[in-house]
Write a protein that binds this ligand. Sequence first.
Ligand code: NPQ
Ligand code: MG
Length: 371
Amino acid sequence: MIKIEQAALHLIAMPLVSPFETSFGRQTVRQAILVELRTPSGSGWGECVAGDAPAYSYETTDTAWSVLSQYLVPAVLAQPFDSPPALHERWAWMRGHNMARAAVEQAAAALLAADADQSLATFLGGERTSVPVGVSVGIQATPEALVDTVAGYLAQGYGRIKLKIKPGKDIAFVEAVRRAYPAVLLQVDANSAYTLADSERLRQLDDFNLLLIEQPLDHDDIYEHSLLQRQLRTPICLDESIHTLLHARAALALSACRIINIKVGRVGGLIPARQIHDLCQAHGVPVWCGGMLETGVGRAANLALASLPNFRLPGDISASSRYYTADIAEPTFSLNPDSTISVPTAPGLGVIVNREALLRVTLHSATFFAA
Ligand code: NPQ
Ligand code: MG
């Protein structure tokens, strides 16, 4: 049993090393909320990946702060718990706000793992000691600029490239990268920028030997992806559309995709993420770990999750330096020569939050006490 004596929320703003542009906008600063659960033996940390604006998802740092402080933190402070599922039961009545839930669950899981003297990866049943990773490359002004940017990441050792695309910033851009690098593992992510009326255009992507096309159609649609998948040779991978185990089941039943991107925040925690992983594994459908420009806290949790066996494609888990010059957790993550990142082995999350570094990026904090 673990009893939380205090909890703290930290709203942070981290400057990105370079602007990150997707079909829904351009980001220069990453806001996030860190959840800290305090016990006499130390703190457990979780990261809420909601952004400052409701673009990728309806959740924002404001909605998450509200739900965390009014419902989730009080639930975790109310009484001791002995497992993540026991916590999930306390907020099972709640609709949505998966990113807020996930942050608390992650912090609790880190504490439970540390209490069991296990790494978070081992606690979750993970097997790998390092995880294949790739880099997600934002939309660039021209195909030439994109090829240059990709060249830089390849030189750093990334073995898998994901290109963000949108209508008009797609075929010529993907073609240029494929021509420059005929053998690189390549995939694209549209973040819902297309409709079924674009299927002719999307079919042209079949020529570039892509690993997958991520979330081409509407963020909350599964059915139309099933219609599109029938017209494409390239596997569709769903991201934004999958928030629950039931969504994953529907997507598999409809053959709406052949691959699923799992993000801890989007699906409400590590345990729901593992359930979707297990379901896909039983159906022979590979999954991979998505990324949300996490700090070292969320990155460590992603690595633990991605050590599970059915994470069979490289994750969007780049080195810390791809996004931040000064991360708030130590050690930071670096790329191994084989385009993997090592899974933390220390008990719990495996990274330590640097308080001074945290304070430098903190906009606002609040502390909560058990009754
Ligand atoms: C994706 N991530 O796979 C997301 C999208 C994304 C690494 O491509 C602020 C908040 C900025 C959420 C940028 C990657 C974001 C964000 C991109 C989500 O679709
Ligand atoms: Mg995506």
